[in-house]
Design a protein around this ligand. Structure first.
Ligand SMILES: Cc1cc2nc3c(=O)[nH]c(=O)nc-3n(C[C@H](O)[C@H](O)[C@H](O)COP(=O)(O)OP(=O)(O)OC[C@H]3O[C@@H](n4cnc5c(N)ncnc54)[C@H](O)[C@@H]3O)c2cc1C
Ligand code: FES
Length: 340
């Protein structure tokens, strides 16, 4: 353990203690303070804030997340910053509702209960917690899974609802350190996996008066399916539109479940968009183009987005262009650990 310092967040006036050896974001997690974050690895910029006062040093990060000129102006990434004196930090993005309701992450032991192929490159992984383990989380959050035999961790969003175990939808990259193990051979039923969490702020907010746009690409389906499961369980009356981007019809999955969940909602439509194939049954184009064609004014809607970073960035532009307030857009960019 190193020296400890106080970190004060403005304009909310919350204070935490941070050890020099932990990042400010980890210190906040530990104390149940839920700051805005995404990747936790200096790649997505969700935790970008402004240093008002104090000395800090950042671990390695991507200049996509924090450009050099922003660093010079005083911006910092809380997931990379270590406090070397008391700090005063201005939060750029924060959600008053979430700030003091964080669930401190914990590490648990699990075993694999199933690995099932859903498409040619997406698999469902389900894990059971060991008998005395508990992992509370909120709908739409993610955990880090340790790659067996290494010190590396990979982030995966739960498609499951809290209390229903741990279900993940994972895109398989040949040669991918973790996803490459999901070929049906290397991660057999019964294999132990260490899991740490929960993390993430793409959590379904109570806002019955606001319409909903759900948008995902590829394995970004996972947290969005969780949102849909929660909305269906609650019999939500919110107008809900789910846009899903895939390359071709063979990349679509969970269609029966989505139809079943949609039937429990009073105003729901599922709009799959195929970017590399034309079909009588589905919209053609990038999912963000299809969203743009279908939706008008979105100032009264909330959006939840998950998937590849370019899709998230394009969706942000379309949604804000249609009047959706930036603070009502909740997203997880599925950055990869090899991006820096
Ligand atoms: C908050 C968050 C939530 C996430 N949730 C999910 C989820 O629910 N499901 C899911 O599938 N993933 C999710 N990810 C991504 C996941 O954490 C891994 O980064 C991904 O599975 C690749 O890890 P790997 O170990 O298999 O590949 P790595 O060993 O990290 O990569 C090996 C190689 O695979 C290729 N590769 C890996 N990723 C990509 C890519 N995106 N595009 C092109 N080539 C690539 C590259 O050639 C790379 O060099 C999430 C990421 C974040 C930050
Ligand atoms: S850059 Fe800090 S959470 Fe992604």
């Amino acid at each position: 353990m190193g020296d400890k310092h106080r970190v004060r967040f403005e304009p909310v006036g919350i204070e935490i203690e941070a050890d020099e050896e932990e990042t400010v974001l980890d210190a906040a997690f530990r104390q149940g303070v839920m700051l805005m974050h995404g990747c936790k690895e200096g790649q997505c910029s969700s935790c970008k804030s402004f240093l008002l006062d104090g000395d800090q040093q950042m671990e390695r990060y991507s200049t996509f997340a924090l450009a050099d000129y922003e660093h010079e102006e005083g911006y910092l990434l809380l997931c990379r910053a270590h406090a070397y004196s008391d700090l005063s930090v201005e939060l750029i993005n924060y959600d008053e509702e979430m700030l003091l309701s964080g669930i401190p992450p914990r590490q648990v032991s699990t075993t694999v209960t199933a690995v099932e192929p859903l498409t040619h490159d997406i698999a469902r992984l389900t894990l059971a917690l060991d008998a005395d383990g508990e992992l509370p989380y909120r709908t739409g959050q993610y955990v880090d899974i340790q790659v067996p035999g290494t010190e590396q961790w990979r982030s995966f969003s739960m498609a499951s609802l809290p209390g229903d175990g741990l279900e993940f939808l994972i895109k398989r990259y040949p040669g991918g350190l973790f996803s490459g193990l999901l070929d049906g051979l290397r991660l057999p039923v019964g294999a132990p996996l260490t899991v740490k969490g929960p993390y993430g702020t793409c959590v379904l907010r109570e806002a019955p008066e606001r319409d909903l746009i759900l948008l995902a690409g590829g394995a970004g389906m996972a947290p969005i399916l969780a949102q849909l499961r929660a909305l269906a369980a609650a019999g939500s009356g919110r107008r809900t539109r789910f846009y899903y981007g895939a390359r071709g019809a063979a990349d679509l999955f969970a269609l029966d479940e989505i139809a079943r969940l949609g039937a429990a909602l009073s105003d729901f439509a599922f709009v799959p968009a195929l970017s590399e194939e034309s079909s009588q049954s589905y919209e053609q184009g990038f999912v963000t183009e299809v969203l743009d064609r279908h939706e008008g004014d979105l100032s009264g809607s909330d959006a939840y987005l998950c998937g590849p970073p370019p899709m998230c960035d394009a969706a942000l532009a379309v949604l804000t262009g249609k009047g959706m307030p930036q603070e009502r857009i909740f997203l997880d960019r599925f950055t990869t650990s090899t991006d820096i």
